[in-house]
Design a protein around this ligand. Structure first.
Ligand code: NAD
Length: 442
């Protein structure tokens, strides 16, 4: 239980265990449970977890404005993301065609799907049923029949534009045309389309199977009906859809990146990576930022940070650039900030830093996270603070028992947040400058 939920933040399961341990199944046990429930139900963790449950319901509610249902999804690009998106959709019982310029990539997806089905589905007939739903389609014939077309090829504007020029001509008139881009503005991709209002972003997170959130992105020209249909499709495939305005990094990567970069800046100042991760997990993050950067891939972190330049004050720490240049890109290469064996990091012991204590380390990372959330809120990337909280919790794992970053900042009180940010601006630099939204709203 301790591995899944720290007793420091989640008291309920421990109260259940303690009561059972003390009284077993007896009347006294039931009474003890009533008494402990009274305390637990009123504590902040319970209130915030109930809040998150309702936030989740609100995300689903927004997606119910359209009754759009997909029977056939066509995925272009059978790489890390395209392959997993195709498999996920097929697992939801939808027919999927998958296209790539490389036959090997398609073959790898079919093989991976087959292997995963053997593990997950017991009935042989069903294994065959699901397997038949995923159809290799080198030529892209599926474009003409699909209800949803999702492009997930290399992050390259020209390649994507060439694809959409062709897709737009061949797709059914009411098909959803979507890109999984993580950084290219929709209004750049759709500039070559005859009808740019058809393009929408459907941005999945890696790993697709585990991440519940999907950002549904609208450019300046995206038709609101297309948006509603895309939100409904995301709900259909049992993901949580969040409507986000197209802007560099969208919501999740934009809020997460300053936090990750601050962690690497601390590393460059000589704080041990295990200490940095401990400071974050002690706050309630499910995984420390240094480990997370290694898992996501340092090359991807660097590329996202570079795309955010101009929007966010991102000074890219030296060590991040050096690691990527050396080919140490994290878990996938066996080495990043940590050494990796069998998908697990070897963490050296936590060593205290000579001048930075754990509270300062923690606050530096969390405050940059909160400050970016406020900037995103002020810029109307999402419709309200609840949507932002839900997006950041389900997209990044932000300590759920704190109720979301905006809710947590309310709890701290905005003047207090501003005061610490000002203090840190003096000590550590302009990247801590409080966002205007703290005092002016939006
Ligand atoms: P990848 O390199 O793993 O896969 C890209 C695939 O596209 C390759 O299999 C390639 O052969 C294929 N391809 C290239 N040109 C093509 C064409 N003209 N027609 C058909 N197939 C073509 O890339 P990825 O990591 O899966 O990223 C794909 C997209 O998803 C990018 O836009 C990326 O920004 C976005 N994304 C990536 C992640 C991530 O963590 N990797 C997360 C979210 C979004």
């Amino acid at each position: 239980m301790e591995r899944r939920a720290s007793p420091k933040f989640y008291p309920s399961p421990y109260a259940v265990i303690d009561n059972f341990d003390k009284y077993g199944l007896s009347d006294d046990g039931f009474e003890a449970e009533i008494r402990s429930l009274e305390t637990i139900a009123h504590d902040e963790t319970a209130k915030n977890l109930i809040r998150i449950f309702f936030l989740q319901e609100k995300l689903k509610e927004v997606a119910k404005q359209s009754t759009y249902k997909a029977h056939h999804v066509h995925v272009i690009g059978a790489g890390t993301m395209g392959g997993d998106i195709a498999m996920w959709c097929a697992m939801q019982g939808i027919r999927v065609t998958i296209q790539d310029t490389s036959i090997d990539r398609i073959a790898a997806v079919v093989k991976k799907f087959s292997e995963s089905l053997k593990k997950r589905v017991k009935e042989r007939v069903l294994v065959q049923h699901y397997r038949d739903l995923l159809v290799p389609d080198m030529k892209g014939d599926g474009v003409a029949f699909a209800d949803v077309i999702i492009e997930a090829v290399f992050e390259n504007l020209e390649v994507k534009q060439t694809i959409f020029k062709d897709v737009e001509i061949r797709a059914k008139p009411n098909a959803i045309i979507a890109t999984n881009t993580s950084s290219i503005p929709l209004d750049e991709i759709n500039s070559i389309m005859k009808n740019p209002s058809r393009l929408v972003g459907i941005h999945f997170f890696n790993p697709v199977e585990k991440m519940q959130l999907v950002e549904v992105i609208h450019g300046k020209q995206t038709d609101p009906n297309v948006m509603n249909d895309a939100l409904a499709f995301v709900l259909q495939i049992k993901k949580l859809p969040l409507s986000v305005k197209s802007s560099p990094g969208f919501l999740v990567n934009r809020c997460l990146t300053p936090y990750l970069l601050e962690a690497v800046a601390l590393y460059d100042e000589g704080v041990s990576p295990a200490m940095i991760d401990k400071a974050a997990t002690d706050f309630g993050m499910p995984m420390g930022p240094i480990e997370l950067a290694d898992v996501v891939g340092l090359d991807i972190c660097l590329s996202v940070a570079e795309h955010l330049k101009g929007t966010v004050d991102v000074k890219i720490p030296e060590s991040l650039i050096k690691q990527v240049k050396a080919g140490n890109v994290g878990r996938k290469s066996g080495k990043g900030f940590y050494q990796w064996h069998h998908n697990r990091p070897t963490k050296p012991p936590v060593i205290a830093h000579a001048s930075l204590n754990e509270i300062v380390i923690q606050q530096r990372m969390i405050l940059r996270f909160l400050n970016e959330c406020m900037a995103s809120y002020r810029e109307h990337l999402v419709s309200n603070a609840d949507q932002l909280d839900a997006g950041v919790i389900f997209g990044t794992g932000f300590a759920p028992f704190r109720g979301g970053p905006m809710h947590y900042a309310e709890h701290l009180k905005h003047p207090m947040v501003v005061s610490i940010l000002n203090e840190y601006t003096k000590s550590f630099g302009d990247r801590f400058k409080p966002d205007a939204g703290w005092t002016e709203g939006r």
